[in-house]
Design a binder for this molecule. Structure first.
Ligand SMILES: NC(=O)c1ccc[n+]([C@@H]2O[C@H](COP(=O)([O-])OP(=O)(O)OC[C@H]3O[C@@H](n4cnc5c(N)ncnc54)[C@H](OP(=O)(O)O)[C@@H]3O)[C@@H](O)[C@H]2O)c1
Length: 248
């Protein structure tokens, strides 16, 4: 079933017909082994936000793939900054996507994993308070949780001075959460890149010149460049491009 604005594959093999959800699901898929997939939307001139939020960059085709990527993952990893700023709600999937997960032997919902050094998190935020699956907060050994946080989330402590991302991902894998989808934000993506933990980047390019001001999809300390080969190019009829780059 194809709904909304048609999405077609441009590369490697152009598809004459729009891709339905089954075809898109097959194109993105799940990996055989552990994988960290990162998903971002950016403007044509590289901005990560418009008026401070990602919403101004996203449209119906991006939201459709965004939802499918959530359906495909075991855990959704997000930095505390993005969780707070974008006001993350509980991770919910529609019945069709939950049914797909059941059919594929997955938990009905992915687990939310929040990365935070400070634990400056609000347990009343819907992402925690209404979560269908108890979220995990990946944090430092000595960080003090605010009152109520451990009532609504499990703490996973890795790293003394800063969160040890590599150790945190390894522990998530050990818990059976091997297909990880990271929705940012830029500082977390920068740290994951620096630690060479990024296996895949799904990037939606919005046909918009945002102008000077906003940051890029990556931020933080400089790191060595990493090569990430192109796997597919999709285009939606509203001019949005969807690129998938992944390690061999
Ligand atoms: N266009 C898009 O697709 C997209 C996607 C996501 C976000 N965004 C935008 O990006 C902006 C937010 O970016 P941001 O610069 O605040 O970055 P961020 O990476 O979302 O958040 C930074 C915060 O997350 C935690 N964190 C990040 N990396 C960490 C690490 N390696 N170890 C431990 N904790 C870590 C820390 O939280 P604590 O302070 O709690 O320690 C840190 O202060 C917002 O404007 C949002 O709208 C856009």
């Amino acid at each position: 079933m194809t709904v909304g604005i048609p999405i077609r594959r441009l590369w490697p093999e152009p598809s004459a017909q729009p891709l339905d959800d089954a075809a898109l699901t097959a194109l993105y898929g799940r990996a055989d082994g552990p994988r960290l997939r990162v998903n971002f939307v950016a403007s044509l001139d590289g901005a990560v936000t418009v008026d401070g939020y990602s919403a101004g960059l996203s449209g119906e085709p991006d939201k459709r793939v965004f939802g499918l990527l959530r359906m495909l993952c075991d855990a959704l990893v997000v930095a505390a900054g993005t969780l707070r700023h974008e006001g993350y709600r509980a991770v919910r999937l529609n019945e069709r996507r939950r049914a797909w997960r059941r059919e594929h032997g997955l938990a009905e919902y992915p687990t939310l994993v929040v990365v935070s050094d400070s634990l400056a998190l609000d347990p009343a935020q819907a992402a925690f308070a209404d979560a269908p699956v108890r979220p995990i907060v990946l944090t430092r050994t000595d960080a003090d949780p605010p009152p109520g946080l451990t009532d609504v989330a499990d703490l996973l402590r890795c790293g003394a001075e800063r969160v040890d991302l590599a150790a945190g991902l390894t522990e998530l894998h050990r818990r059976g959460l091997t297909q990880l989808l990271c929705e940012g934000g830029p500082h977390l993506f920068g740290a994951l890149t620096a630690a060479d933990l990024v296996d895949e980047l799904c990037l939606t390019v919005s046909p918009l010149l945002a102008g000077p001001g906003p940051g890029r999809i990556t931020a933080g300390d400089a790191a060595a460049p990493r090569h990430l080969p192109l796997r597919h190019v999709l285009a939606a009829d509203d001019g949005v491009l969807m690129l998938r780059h992944a390690r061999p």
